[in-house]
Design a protein around this ligand. Structure first.
Ligand SMILES: *Cc1c(COP(=O)(O)O)cnc(C)c1O
Length: 426
């Protein structure tokens, strides 16, 4: 087949049936190590002159299928899967950056990422300037002499801002620094950031890609489009003391980054994916395009319905005509705008908290992207450690409820929210 499309790749890419004993479903290789033919074979594997499996922290046949599949679905040259979304982000950044480097990031980021960039990485001497992504000039103005990465989320959570990836990519390109896009909320079924100039794509596989809330996982996907030989990345152009003098850019060309992620990043930081989790994530990935279509339809209908409720003061969903991101969503997410909705409840903090406490079908928990519908009141839970200014900049207001809409029947979801609304004072 010359150029299979998305759903075909989601089911088949990366799985050579013959190479896996004729298995129609991808098998779990639940092992840590691989027998070498002899010591020369082992030496060849270690010095990269031959490809093959060494140790599951570095590579594993089940993880390998998932990696090839994700690379195909995002249009990258290769991928590495990791233990969680956060390990994908930290491994990618620590592979790229050193003390003294600087990141420019959008200010509506997943809480874990925000903390990594604002608290933990500064301890290692890597700092971040957070900018409001609604104006691309903010990225240009924040870039410094020592900036070595631009980091954004394609569809921010909980702000649900759809970023102008193309414009931000051109800022990063002009500054000769890689553009990293966390595409977790949009998923590759709805958006491919590489088409708009992303150099590295990140996923928390934990969310929609798995879809069942059963396994943590992360992925780093390399577009293979960034020139690490441009003089700004000595880590890639000078002999690596960590890998017997290997000069990544020279030896591996466009695959320099993703190779370093695997052979140094996974080796040294150890955030390897569990093959069992990868296997579960592969089951989810098979149906991703069908689920994202249905989830997006459910979410849009529910958002429209919420707009007509007396208890609701505002609704934010990028698929709504009233959303200030509607135009951008039509351009970047024409196939659907995913499953997250935020809305304000009359009565503010107390009412919103009560609302979240009184649904039954919508489960109160701190995850997104499950096939089961979820609800949370961020101001009293996920974002409670942030002060008012930080809450404001991440788009969390006191009255805000976030829904992660699943695959249940729409009428049941509405009935559940109606029951919760009925508990609020008029
Ligand atoms: C959940 C999430 C992460 C982190 O993923 P984990 O698997 O929980 O570590 C990163 N980015 C986004 C946008 C997320 O939603």
């Amino acid at each position: 087949m010359s150029d299979p499309k998305f759903s075909t790749n989601a089911l088949h890419a990366g799985h050579d049936v013959k190479a896996h004993g004729g298995t129609r479903a991808v098998p779990i290789y639940q092992n840590t190590s691989y027998v070498f033919n002899d010591s020369d074979h082992a030496a060849n594997l270690f010095n990269l002159s031959e490809t093959g499996f060494i140790y599951t922290r570095l590579n594993n046949p089940t993880n390998d299928v998932l990696e090839q599949r994700l690379a195909a679905l995002e249009g990258g040259i290769a991928a590495v899967v990791t233990a969680s979304g956060m390990s994908a982000i930290s491994t990618a950044l620590l592979t790229l950056l050193r003390t003294g480097d600087h990141i420019v990031a959008c200010n509506s980021l997943y809480g874990g990422t925000y903390n990594l960039l604002s608290v933990t990485l500064p301890r290692l001497g890597i700092t971040t300037t957070f900018v409001d992504a609604s104006d691309t000039a903010n990225f240009t103005n924040a870039i410094q002499e020592n900036t070595r990465a631009v980091f954004v989320e394609s569809l921010g959570n909980p702000k649900l801002d759809v970023l102008d990836l193309k414009a931000i990519a051109s800022v990063a390109k002009a500054a000769k620094i890689p553009f990293i896009v966390d595409n977790t909320v949009a998923t590759p079924a709805l958006l491919n950031p590489i088409e708009y100039g992303a150099n590295i794509v990140i996923h928390a596989l934990t969310k929609y890609i798995n879809g069942n809330g059963t396994a943590l996982g992360g992925a780093i996907i390399d577009a293979g489009t960034f020139d690490y030989g441009n003089g700004k990345f000595p880590e890639f152009t000078e002999p690596s003391a960590g890998y017997h003098g290997l000069v990544y850019h020279e030896a591996l060309g466009p695959a320099a980054f993703i190779a370093k992620v695997r052979i140094e990043g996974l080796r040294d930081f150890g955030g390897a994916a569990s093959p069992f989790n990868s296997w579960q994530i592969i089951q989810g990935l098979e149906t991703l395009s069908v689920r994202m279509k249905h989830i997006s339809e459910n979410a849009l209908s529910l958002a429209e319905w919420l707009q007509g409720r007396d208890e609701v003061t505002w609704v934010n969903y990028p698929g709504l005509k009233s959303s200030k991101y509607f135009k951008q969503a039509q351009a970047y997410l024409p196939k659907g705008q995913s499953g997250l909705i935020t809305f304000g409840v009359k009565g503010g903090f107390e009412s919103a908290k009560k609302m979240a406490d009184n649904t039954k079908l919508f489960s109160l928990l701190a995850n997104i992207g499950d096939s089961k519908s979820l609800i949370i009141h961020p101001a009293s839970t996920t974002h409670q450690q942030l002060d008012d200014a930080a809450q404001e900049s991440t788009g969390v207001t006191k009255d805000l409820i976030r829904l992660s809409v699943g695959l249940e029947d729409l009428e049941d979801l509405k009935a559940d929210l109606e029951t919760a609304f009925a508990t609020l004072e008029k």
